[in-house]
Design a protein around this ligand. Structure first.
Ligand code: NAI
Length: 276
C-alpha cells in the first residue's frame, strides 16, 4: 500500500536517493530541504523548523507513515554553504550549523512530526548518523544537546573552535543524535506509540558532501585513516538509501534504538570485538 513519507535533505545525496527509491515503489514523498523540495525550509533555526513541520503536516493531512531525518552538514567535509540563510540578523558560522542542523534540526523535525506518525497504522522513523560518532567528542556540546539547550550547545561549540578542536563538532552532533535516539526510542511517545526509531551510520559515501575530500590529497589521506573501509570501499548513496528504505518499511516491526553501521567494516576495524 502506498505510504506518505517525509524526508529531509531530499535535494541531494542520500536523501535524494531515498526519495527516488520511495517514489519508484509508489510512495508519496514530502521532501524537506533548503531548495528543490516540496517543503523549502531551513532546519538550522526555530522558524524554519516550525515551518517545515507545519508544511509537512499540511501536505500529509495530519497522518504520516514515515519520517527520515537525513539533512546534515559536515564541518570536516565542506566549506560554509552559501545557500543557507540565517533566521537571525547574524549569519551563522559553519560551526553553528553542525550543531543546529545535525542535532537540533533533526530532533525538531522528528518531535514535531511524531504526533502525525502516531496516527498512522504502521509508522516508522529513522535518522542518518555517522561512523564519526565513534570518534572523540566534546562532552559539553554533547551534554547541552541532550539537555535540549541549544544556546548552551552553541556556546560550548564556540569554545571548542576557540580551543582549536573544531573537528570534534561533527562527531559530537552525530553522537548526540544517536544518544537522543536511544533514549527516546523506548519511551511511551515512540515505542509506546508503535513507532520504531533507528539510525543508519554511514562510513564514507560518495555524495556532494564528501566530494571535496576526494579532491584534496591531505584530506583524502586523513579520511582513509579515520574511516578504514575494507569491505568494498566507499559506498554510493543508494546503499544507504536501501537500508533506510527497509528501516521505515512495515517489515521492520520490532527493531528500535539501533545504530546500524553501513561503513564497509570501519566500525569493527576501529572498535574491535570488545565493543560488544
Ligand atoms: P548532501 O550534502 O549531498 O545532502 C545533504 C542535504 O541536506 C542537502 O540537500 C542540503 O541542502 C540539506 N541541508 C543542509 N542543511 C540544511 C538545512 N539547514 N535545512 C534543510 N536542509 C539542509 O550530503 P549527504 O552525504 O547526502 O548527507 C546526508 C546525511 O548523511 C547527513 O546527515 C550527513 O551528515 C550524513 N553522512 C554522510 C556521509 C558521507 O560520506 N556523505 C558519511 C556519514 C554521514
Amino acid at each position: 500500500m502506498a505510504r506518505t513519507i517525509a524526508v529531509s535533505g531530499s535535494a541531494s545525496g542520500i536523501g535524494e536517493s531515498l526519495a527516488g527509491l520511495l517514489r519508484d515503489q509508489g510512495d508519496t514523498v514530502i521532501g524537506v530541504d533548503l531548495k528543490d523540495a516540496e517543503v523549502c525550509a531551513d532546519l538550522a533555526g526555530p522558524e524554519g523548523r516550525a515551518r517545515a513541520v507545519a508544511e509537512v503536516l499540511d501536505r500529509c493531512g495530519g497522518t504520516l507513515d514515515g519520517v527520515v531525518a537525513c539533512a546534515g552538514v559536515s564541518t570536516v567535509l565542506q566549506p560554509p554553504p552559501t545557500a543557507v540563510q540565517s533566521t537571525s540578523s547574524a549569519r551563522p558560522t559553519f560551526t553553528d550549523l553542525t550543531v543546529k542542523v545535525n542535532f537540533f534540526g533533526a530532533v525538531a523535525l522528528l518531535d514535531g512530526l511524531r504526533p502525525a506518525l502516531a496516527r498512522a497504522g504502521r509508522p516508522r522513523a529513522a535518522v542518518v548518523g555517522s561512523i564519526s560518532a565513534t570518534q572523540p567528542v566534546d562532552d559539553a556540546v554533547l551534554r547541552a544537546c541532550l539537555d535540549g539547550d541549544e544556546p548552551a550547545a552553541l556556546e560550548a561549540a564556540a569554545r571548542v573552535v576557540e580551543a582549536g578542536a573544531g573537528n570534534k563538532l561533527y562527531p559530537s552532533s552525530k553522537s548526540a543524535l544517536a544518544q537522543w535516539l536511544r533514549r527516546a526510542c523506548v519511551t511511551p511517545d515512540w515505542a509506546g506509540a508503535g513507532i520504531p526509531l533507528n539510525a543508519i551510520a554511514p562510513g564514507v559515501v560518495r555524495t556532494p558532501m564528501s566530494a571535496p575530500l576526494f579532491e584534496d590529497e591531505r584530506m583524502f589521506k586523513a579520511m582513509n585513516d579515520a574511516v578504514p573501509m575494507p569491505l568494498n570501499g566507499y559506498a554510493d548513496a543508494e546503499v544507504i538509501a536501501e537500508a533506510l528504505r527497509w528501516l521505515i518499511s512495515p517489515a521492520n516491526s520490532h527493531m528500535t534504538g539501533q545504530i546500524i553501521y553501513i561503513d564497509g567494516g570501519a566500525e569493527p576495524t576501529l572498535r574491535g570485538p570488545g565493543a560488544f
